[in-house]
Ligand binder design. Structure first.
Ligand code: ATP
Ligand code: MG
Length: 581
């Protein structure tokens, strides 16, 4: 795995963030009398943690100023959208603890309204029907000549030969586009702005295109669909959105946003951009996540390695941990890369408070206590959560045969190995001090069982002074343990910045999927847990002592629970920060 880079987390701004300042200013100078925001996902994929940052900002700004936040589906791309995505988005936003109440809107409900505004703009002589093809439009615009990284200072484009059609002809043609008289792609409606504008996006952008697609909500009612840059500002205006908060890539669209609001003469919503969330070892774009799903690099949108809300949820993340993360990374104006270790830090902080401590043995090895009478068991008392007294205690069955972790025993130990080896003593957590007397091997030469004796005077932590031991190991009673499957995860991408793709050895360009971590999932089918884990509840965090935090997975079957490892116990973030890195 690549070395960890310097953490470059956005640090929370001193005092209020810049969006709060802008809004305060708008309220003070009377630009707006109240605050109304919206979260506008396109239902073409499941939400990821970058979206959490966005809707955290949308909802919290509304809350801060006593306003409201809408949930609006920006669903004007029939090819890629689907109601299953709508359901997934609603479920995930609600799970994160945000409530849009009855303010659920769909841009597709505005098709009539948007059509009327397009007509209004045509009547003002500010839009025209163009017969150029998509490729010709790009060519006239000068797209090919433009520097992709700087489309706001581009050599001028040239006018379409259809640019000066009369208002009457444009109205007629636009009505006939809607009526289905023309083939897909044969005509577009374009805003008449300026083909020499330095910003490529201002060069007569397309407002409508002809597409005979079935839309998941409007079916075949429409064969023309509005483009994002036209639809979005006018949908905001329709809902009376005061502050349209979006990520930084929309900054260069802002003049267009304002142009449409101005020409349509509608409510003057204001667009404000903030930095996108980028995070190490992951990709945060639905487009890339969709590819991982479609090409089966993961089991689905909710694969526990995915940065989707559903994936994080299944992995054992809590809404509180994610909210804590998105609020602490702050709201900045410049894009930056947040170290995933910081997200994990926020998670551990929350789980440490909540998780019930239990014992499970992931790679089991039999421990036989030779001086323990066969067939007898007793109960030891264990603490459920040292961070929370109210969580109480539980009884653990203890007997002659136990499961311990295979790597808690070594035949010939290296220096500073304080666990079991012949002649050495360890404490069994909540139980006794035992001393290793020997071990059995199977015909292949592998250690099949470890033998020991138990000191009855050391029960439950009561050891005479001279019986201090350096190691404590966890265990489960072989006669009582519940078999379980444990799924252990590592980063989905071993590369810290998966989108930085190197050419392949054969000279071909390579793909971000080349950066996938081939060891991101390890399935341990022969694990054992203490009996209570047979009744584990979904979304209840457990700390498997010494092993990490775990949560029950939906793949569990009666008698065979499956647990996902949420995260290990050792924190890397606090360490990095303490080192002053
Ligand atoms: P993607 O790039 O993942 O496909 P998108 O921007 O196309 O995302 P939308 O459904 O349009 O996805 O996003 C809804 C809102 O979420 C937008 O306002 C967008 O600015 C915001 N958003 C998307 N990704 C991020 C991110 N990584 N960080 C912050 N905000 C984001
Ligand atoms: Mg988008």
């Amino acid at each position: 795995m690549a070395a960890r880079a310097e953490p470059e987390a956005e640090t929370p701004a001193e005092g209020a963030d810049f969006i709060t300042e802008f809004i305060r200013e708008d309220l003070k100078n009377g630009r707006f009398s109240h605050v109304h925001t919206r979260f506008p996902p396109e239902p073409n994929g499941w939400l990821h943690i970058g979206h959490c940052k966005a809707f955290y900002i949308d909802f919290s700004m509304a809350e801060k100023f006593g306003g409201q936040c809408n949930l609006r589906f920006d669903d004007t791309n029939p090819e890629k959208e689907d109601s299953s995505y709508v359901e997934a988005i609603k479920r995930d936003v609600a799970w994160m603890g945000y409530d849009w109440e009855d303010r659920e809107y769909y841009a597709s409900d505005y098709y009539g309204y948007l059509y009327d505004l397009a007509v209004k703009i045509i009547k003002k002589g500010r839009a025209y029907v163009d017969d150029l093809s998509e490729d010709e439009i790009s060519e006239y615009r000068g797209t090919a000549a433009a520097d992709k990284n700087n489309i706001t200072e581009t050599p001028p484009g040239r006018n379409s030969p259809w640019r000066d059609r009369s208002v009457e002809e444009n109205l007629d043609l636009f009505a006939r586009m809607r009526a289905g008289e023309f083939a897909d792609g044969a005509k577009t409606l374009r805003a008449k702005i300026d083909m020499t504008h330095p910003n490529l996006l201002m060069r007569d952008p397309v407002m409508y295109r002809i597409r005979r697609e079935t839309h998941y909500r409007t079916g075949k009612a429409w064969c023309i669909y509005p483009m994002y840059d036209f639809q979005h500002p006018l949908s905001d205006a329709k809902e009376g959105i005061t502050h349209s908060l979006c990520s930084l890539e929309y900054e260069i669209h802002r003049p267009l946003y304002e142009w449409f609001i101005h020409e349509a003469e509608v409510f003057p919503s204001r667009q404000i951009e903030f930095a996108r969330l980028n995070m190490t070892h992951t990709v945060l774009s639905k487009r890339w996540l969709l590819r991982l799903v479609q090409e089966k690099f993961v089991s689905g949108w909710d694969d526990p390695r995915m940065p989707t809300i559903a994936g994080l949820r299944r992995r054992g993340y809590t809404p509180a941990a994610i909210r804590s993360f998105v609020s602490r990374i702050g709201i900045a104006k410049n894009d930056s890369m947040v170290d995933i270790a910081f997200l994990e830090y926020c998670l551990r902080e929350d789980l440490n408070k909540k998780a019930l401590r239990v014992m499970a043995v992931l790679k089991p090895l039999k421990l036989i206590i030779e001086n323990w009478p066969e067939g007898t068991t007793e109960e030891l008392e264990a603490v459920n959560n040292p961070e929370d007294e109210t969580a109480g205690t539980r009884k653990l069955a203890f007997g002659r045969e136990l499961w311990i972790e295979a790597d808690d025993f070594m035949e010939t130990p290296p220096p500073k190995y304080f666990r079991l080896f012949p002649g050495n003593s360890v404490r069994l957590r909540y139980g006794y001090i035992v001393t290793c007397t020997g071990f059995d091997k199977d015909p292949s030469g592998a250690v099949a069982a470890v033998r020991c004796t138990c000191d009855p005077a050391t029960r439950g932590g009561n050891a005479p002074d001279n019986r201090k031991v350096k190691g404590t190991i966890h265990w489960v009673s072989a006669a009582h343990a519940v078999p379980l499957e444990a799924r252990i995860y590592d980063y989905l991408f071993s590369a810290e910045r998966p989108m930085e793709v190197a050419p392949r050895p054969d000279g071909s360009p390579g793909s971000f999927t080349d950066n996938l971590n081939p060891h991101s999932l390890e399935t341990l089918t022969g694990a054992y847990g203490e009996p209570g884990l047979a009744h584990a509840a979904p979304e209840t965090p457990y700390q498997f002592e010494r092993a990490g935090y775990f949560v029950l997975d939906g793949d569990s079957a009666p008698g065979k629970p499956v647990f996902n490892k949420t995260i290990g116990l050792r924190d890397t973030w606090a360490k990095m920060v303490n080192k002053g890195k």
